[in-house]
Design a protein around this ligand. Structure first.
Ligand SMILES: Cc1cc2nc3c(=O)[nH]c(=O)nc-3n(C[C@H](O)[C@H](O)[C@H](O)COP(=O)(O)OP(=O)(O)OC[C@H]3O[C@@H](n4cnc5c(N)ncnc54)[C@H](O)[C@@H]3O)c2cc1C
Length: 493
């Protein structure tokens, strides 16, 4: 099953019919413009002052990646000033979260990224939205005051400090939280780290400054990125995971082997196909040993756990959850089952139009695009359904002095047979072809900007490829050229 499929398992592989109980609460985009509802709800809000001490036209819950891009879109439409409030659990204005396992973890003498350098929306070349930017645009940001309760009839939110906030329209962008090892398995011992926000990253950096033996649990994105970072710190690093190779949800074993060789050259050790029994503390109470189910013990003074993430749906369960992919169920305009309440980013389970299934995508590109799409829908006559093309990327070993930088991008769906072209010196590409030789997905390592630009076109057009010719391609450049030329014969999806 593909990465996209597994991440985003379908509800019976299709959207619920419009007559289903879930959709019956949603006015159709063609019969009711969302802004009509918005105006009505705003008026209701202003007329029912007894419910709240303050009224806000638009409230975004969660001050993460999606919130930053949503705020920018409100500003672009002239609808932020005095109208928009962001309620954040964190102490910082929204930032580009992927930096936390990349530039943020560069060794301290190699110019690590620090705030305010990576506030949104720098990740897409936009303005850097510092806390002052929000003030200048009249956006209220409540820091370190998570929402703990919601009353959708009264249209109020309660925060942990006890504030009662009245909203006209609500956007939920609470993201995900890192999956933890159980406390009884040592998952909360000092020296054991999870990485989701700046305070997690700061705590990890302070451990790395004293670390000698590091164990990274998990061979996915987080594990790969953190292990590359600790190699940069010249720390004795072992990466442990139960699968046969790195990034099993996306990489073929042959591709993973290339990356694993590179990690080994950088001093990383691998323990594959093994399960963790528990983490044990030393005399000082700090983690000292990782005990495996096979009885083996590995010494570690710092452990980083990267075993996945869970959507943060609380306290919004009542807006309707998706039982298959998890998260908050929305339609193609990010509307939940409750009028005037929207969900975006990692937490939203949305119809993935291109593959006709429900999806939840935990990647920054979707966080940005879903935010922009949702706010445009809320504020304008824009009623085009969201039509997302899955895109994943990673970049590692980018610190100064690294002998080999890694930068790959993937677009599409990793289903069907794979054809690998290139020798990783530096380029390599994997093409996924279905039984009719239609190109479904493509991954490229170390491409040029023009080559990376071609990938989404290929994944969206899904051209029929001459399989034998692709297998015989003598270089990545030749393979991409062949795929590009095939587009004139392929269908547009
Ligand atoms: C370390 C790391 C590296 C990553 N690297 C990549 C990468 O290389 N490529 C990629 O595509 N994606 C990457 N991602 C994923 C990407 O960062 C997410 O997809 C993106 O941040 C999702 O945006 P979001 O706004 O939905 O959620 P988030 O950015 O997680 O923001 C959610 C915010 O809501 C807050 N919150 C939660 N509950 C409440 C509440 N009740 N009240 C108020 N606030 C609340 C949280 O504290 C958080 O600030 C990475 C993620 C992490 C953690």
């Amino acid at each position: 099953m593909s990465l996209v499929s597994r991440l985003t398992m379908a509800i019976s592989l299709r959207m619920a019919p419009l007559s289903s109980p879930l959709h019956s609460k949603w006015p159709s985009a063609s019969t009711r413009h969302p802004y009509v509802g918005l105006i009505r709800r705003s008026l209701v809000v202003k007329a029912s002052g007894e419910f709240a001490n303050e009224n806000r036209e638009f409230v975004i819950v969660g001050g993460g990646n999606a919130a930053g891009y949503a705020a920018r879109t409100f500003v672009e439409h002239g609808m932020a000033d005095g109208k928009l409030c962001i309620v954040s659990k964190e102490a910082f204005a929204p930032y580009e979260r992927p930096t936390l396992t990349k530039g943020y973890l560069f060794p301290t003498d190699k110019k690590p990224a620090r705030l305010p350098g990576f506030h949104t929306c720098v990740g897409t070349g936009g303005e850097r939205q510092t806390p002052d930017w929000y003030k200048e645009h009249g956006i209220e940001v409540l820091y370190q005051d998570p929402v703990v309760g919601v009353d959708s009839h009264a249209q109020t939110l309660t925060t942990s400090s006890g504030k009662l906030l009245k909203y006209g329209s609500l956007i939920i962008s609470t993201g995900c939280s890192a999956t933890r090892l159980p406390e009884k398995s040592g998952g909360s011992l000092p020296g054991v780290h999870y990485i989701r926000d700046v305070s997690d990253a700061d705590s990890l950096v302070s451990s790395l400054e004293r670390a000698q033996k590091v164990v990274v649990i998990g061979g996915g994105y987080i594990g790969m990125e953190v292990a590359a970072a600790t190699a940069g710190w010249n720390l004795d690093t072992t990466i442990i995971f139960p699968e046969e190779h790195l990034m099993p949800r996306l990489f073929t074993s042959s591709l993973a082997q290339r990356y694993e060789e590179l990690y080994r050259k950088n001093g990383t050790k691998f323990l594959k196909g093994v399960l963790i029994d528990k983490l044990e503390a030393g005399a000082d109470g700090r983690v000292a040993t990782v005990k495996l189910r096979n009885g083996n013990m590995i010494e570690a003074d710092t452990v980083i756990v990267g075993i996945g993430a869970k959507p943060v749906v609380g306290p919004f369960e009542m807006v309707g959850l998706n039982s298959t992919v998890g998260g908050i169920q929305v339609d193609s305009l990010f509307r939940t089952s409750i009028p005037g309440v929207f969900a975006i980013g990692d937490v939203a389970a949305f119809p993935l139009k291109i593959y006709d299934r429900m999806a939840r995508v935990e990647h920054v590109d979707h966080a940005r695009k879903s935010a922009q799409h949702c706010v445009r829908t809320l504020l304008t006559a824009h009623t085009q359904p969201y039509d997302y093309l899955p895109y994943f990327y990673s970049r590692v070993f980018e610190y100064e002095g690294s002998t080999r930088k890694v930068w790959w991008q993937f677009y599409g769906d990793n289903v069907g047979d794979t054809i690998e072209v290139g020798n990783f010196d530096p380029k390599i590409a994997t093409f996924w072809l279905d039984s009719e030789n239609r190109l479904k997905g493509v991954l490229l390592e170390s491409g040029s900007p023009e080559e990376f630009e071609l990938l989404p076109q290929l994944a969206r057009r899904q051209p029929v490829i001459n399989r034998a010719k692709l297998e015989g391609a003598h270089s990545v450049e030749a393979a991409l050229e062949m795929a590009k030329n095939s587009m004139q014969f392929g269908s547009t999806v």
